[in-house]
Structures are given as C-alpha cells and as structure tokens.
Design a protein around this ligand. Structure first.
Ligand code: HEM
Length: 81
C-alpha cells in the first residue's frame, strides 16, 4: 500500500480523496469501484432516466461540504421492460 505524501489535499482529485483520505490507502478500492460500476450499469440497463417536462433545469453545481452535495432535482425513471 502507498501513502499520500502531498500536504496539498486540494491538488488531489475527488476520486483519490475518497479512498486516500486517511493515513493509509483502501484495500477495498477496486472491489468498490467494480461494484459501483455493476450497480450503476444495471440501473441504466433496466431503466430510462429523463428530466420531466416543465421541471427546472438540472445543474451540476453542488453545495460544498464534506462531500459535494447535488442540488435538488426531479427525474423521471421508466422501466425499460
Ligand atoms: C466507497 C467505499 C469505500 C471507501 C470510500 C473507502 C475508503 C477508505 C479509506 C479513506 C481508507 C483509509 C482510512 C485511514 O487511513 O484512516 C480505507 C481503508 C481501508 N479500507 Fe476502505 N473504503 C471503501 C470500501 C472498502 C471495502 C468494500 C473494503 C473491503 C472489502 C475496504 C477495506 C479497507 C481496509 C482493509 C482498509 C485499511 C487498509 C490499511 O489499513 O492498510 N474498504 N478505506
């Protein structure tokens, strides 16, 4: 396992920060990334995600906290079967 030597945390991307937030790196990083990939692709395969008509536009601007929290949004999910 390798450690983060940089003290400039802002220079690290969010992807790195997630798993390297502490003194040690995460043993489960690859397992978690594979599971997230399967989970998200399964949802995309099974459902259609679209913005309902007349709903306010979705923004990718988040609210900064410990994590970057998405703004509230409306989404229409339809079963593809
Ligand atoms: C989204 C999910 C996960 C995130 C964000 C995450 C994040 C982290 C972070 C930041 C650390 C370092 C903690 C520190 O230095 O104090 C860590 C350590 C660790 N993680 Fe994860 N983790 C996740 C999932 C998992 C999973 C699924 C497993 C096991 C299957 C796992 C096993 C471990 C182990 C064993 C350590 C300690 C490594 C060591 O001490 O050398 N993690 N994780």
């Amino acid at each position: 396992m390798f450690r983060v030597h940089s003290k400039n945390v802002a220079a690290l991307t969010l992807g790195w920060l997630l798993y390297l937030a502490g003194q040690r790196s995460c043993v489960g990083e690859h397992l978690t990334k594979m599971k997230l990939f399967l989970f998200i692709t399964h949802l995309m395969h099974r459902f259609t995600f679209e913005q309902p008509e007349d709903s306010p536009p979705i923004t990718i601007k988040g609210t900064n906290g410990i994590t970057n929290i998405p703004q509230p949004y409306e989404i229409k999910v339809t079963d593809r079967r």
